[in-house]
Ligand binder design. Structure first.
Ligand code: NAD
Length: 570
């Protein structure tokens, strides 16, 4: 069985139990310390002669690796370098990330991880995670056993069909499962020993991949329909049998599949979908922070979405739940939301309306209030003029949607309009942070989906808060797995959103930022975890005894990247 942290029964000392010596030990990234192995460890663990004589501490190792990192000139080159460090020495990898989090998070996750998924078959060096491919559908329990993990706390699984905004990346989707679990460890302190990235390889419909002679995935068209669902069902059954207490997170599935799997399994196992629920919580946290500035109640907000897809649906649902908690009925709450898609305002009598768009479709009678020619669409600008929204969220994946006219219209109606261009990557944002600030003369409360540099306007420097899901899911994972919560509910995500907003300081708000700075992300994760556990107890999804010394229990459960003494236990 794998390398594990243990506690000495007599002294109470934490140590790493290892089952290998010599080269085998150096090749285990969870145990390897490189030049930091002590003289005693070198003697006891058969390492003499296998390492250069000099012994260094982690400080010098960090200086050496950072120097190396800086020699790489492209984001992908930096990603590959960090991946190889990850494969050599996990403690050093996470320490380096922790010390340079603002510089390196965009390299190990969005946006660079997207390019890494696209180039997966070309930058591949060594395996990580588990490939569950359709041709092995009858052997899934055997594959899970091969992972050689006693019980992973968190699994992130993708089928690679909708990787970020980049579509079908086939087996390359493994990069996203790996990257996401890095953030669970970096931001939420989930020990790297306890995570398992999984790629469900059902083929790909990306012709460029199928034509690539070096493509590493299953070379066939995607399995779809009942066969696809039967395969996912088998996978879930095998996970439940092998690891009954594991948190299973769905990642970057196509919209229809994402919604189907969540609905199918959310009441049967401990599971959630970050693209839907995590996104919703982080966006709502941004709204809660903004309301601390405007000092308006939630119940007086009018929310317009530009883009009526999966992200809008997730955020809209959680916004409605928050309004219900504030005393409104579900129908009353829904009337606070308007959605605009590529065909204009979504109204209930539109022919062939998708089911999920129906939830926020406006009454046909409302459409009659707009002066328009018959059959013409009701534009975003018209909706803003008519509804006078307090909040405008961009979830359209369409650059330029928040034009100067749109932003100025918002600013003319509200003293402090809340404007979030959430679409990723940066090139798809509805407007830049600088545009939103400039066109509203510094009055807009802005949060973005992609990272933006601070904006200088009217002599003031605005720090732009990024609505990064990494503020939410690692804390959810920490709370759920530490307190052994049995189900993950929307109520927990609402609690997570409130907790994240509460970590934002008056100074953050004064600087224009609606989220805490990244170096404080572990603090945010802890607050999220505490809130999630409390909510789980209220909802009877965890035993009340977990509330005893909750914060310190969670704090102690957070893994920090530091070398532990090693002990050989055959
Ligand atoms: P989606 O494909 O499900 O939905 C996109 C929606 O935008 C559709 O309703 C489409 O009709 C609409 N649309 C497209 N062009 C339009 C136009 N010109 N005018 C009006 N509407 C238009 O995609 P999704 O999963 O909802 O994601 C949308 C965007 O949100 C993506 O760019 C994604 O990166 C971003 N997102 C951000 C975060 C975050 O910041 N934390 C999280 C999730 C998604």
């Amino acid at each position: 069985m794998a390398t594990r942290i243990k506690i000495d029964a007599v002294t109470g000392e934490r140590y790493l139990a290892v089952r290998r010596k010599g080269l085998g030990l150096i090749e285990d990234p969870l145990a390897n310390k490189g030049t930091a192995f002590t003289a005693e460890e070198r003697d006891l663990l058969g390492l003499r002669g296998l390492l250069p004589p000099a012994q260094f501490g982690i400080k010098e190792q960090l200086a050496r690796t950072y120097e190396h990192f800086r020699t790489k000139t492209t984001p992908l080159g930096k990603h590959v370098y960090l991946n190889s460090l990850h494969d050599r020495n996990e403690v050093l990898f996470y320490r380096l990330l922790q010390e340079h989090i603002e510089e390196m998070m965009p390299i190990i996750y969005t946006p660079t991880v997207g390019e890494a998924c696209q180039q997966f078959s070309h930058i591949y060096r060594r395996p990580r995670g588990l490939f569950v491919s359709y041709d092995l559908k009858d052997r899934i329990p055997e594959l899970l056993a091969n992972a050689r993990l006693r019980a992973p706390r968190v699994i992130v699984v993708t089928d690679g069909e909708r990787i970020l905004g980049l579509g079908d990346q086939g087996a390359g989707g493994m990069g996203i499962s790996i990257g996401k679990l890095c953030l669970y460890t970096l931001c939420g302190g989930i020990p790297p020993y306890d995570t398992l990235p999984i790629m469900l390889d059902v083929g790909t419909d990306n012709q460029a991949l199928l034509d690539d002679p070096l493509y590493l995935g299953l070379r066939r068209a995607r399995v779809r329909g009942p066969k696809y669902q039967a395969f996912v069902d088998r996978f879930v059954d095998a996970v439940r049998t092998a690891f009954p207490h594991t948190l299973l997170q769905w990642e970057d599935f196509l919209k229809g599949n994402a919604i189907t799997q969540l609905q199918r399994f959310r009441d049967r196992l401990c599971t959630f979908n970050d693209d839907i629920q995590g996104t919703a919580a982080v966006a709502l946290a941004g709204i809660f922070s903004a309301l601390r500035v405007t000092k308006q109640p939630l119940t007086e907000q009018r929310l317009v979405f530009a883009g009526a897809g999966a992200a809008a649906q997730g955020i809209g649902d959680l916004f409605v739940l928050a309004l219900q908690h504030a005393g409104l009925t579900r129908d009353e709450a829904r009337r606070h939301v308007w959605t605009v898609d590529s065909k204009g305002l979504v109204v209930a009598d539109r022919p062939n309306l998708d089911d999920f768009k129906r939830a926020f479709a406006r009454d046909a009678t409302e459409a009659a209030a707009y002066p328009r020619r018959d059959g013409a669409t009701i534009s975003l600008h018209e909706v803003i003029a008519h509804v006078q929204p307090t909040i405008l969220l961009g979830t359209s994946g369409t650059a330029g949607m928040f034009s100067e006219t749109i932003v100025r219209a918002m600013a003319a109606q509200q003293t402090r309009p809340i404007i979030f261009p959430l679409s990723n990557p940066t090139s798809k944002a509805e407007c830049t942070a600088a545009d939103a600030i400039r066109w509203s003369d510094g009055h807009a409360l802005v949060a973005t989906g992609s990272p933006f540099e601070p904006v200088l306007h009217g002599g003031k420097r605005y720090r732009i808060g990024q609505g990064n899901n990494a503020y939410i899911f690692p804390g959810v994972g920490l709370g759920v797995t530490t307190a052994k919560i049995r189900r993950v509910t929307d109520g927990m995500f609402l609690a997570a959103a409130r907790a994240l907003a509460s970590v934002v300081t008056p100074r953050d708000l004064n600087e224009g930022a609606l989220f805490p700075a990244l170096p404080r992300i572990r603090e945010a994760s802890l607050a999220v975890a505490v809130a999630v556990v409390r909510r789980a107890v209220e909802e009877s999804h965890a035993a009340p005894k977990v509330l005893h010394r909750l914060e310190s229990t969670l704090q102690q459960a957070m893994w920090t990247p530091a070398y532990l003494p090693l002990r050989y236990e055959a």
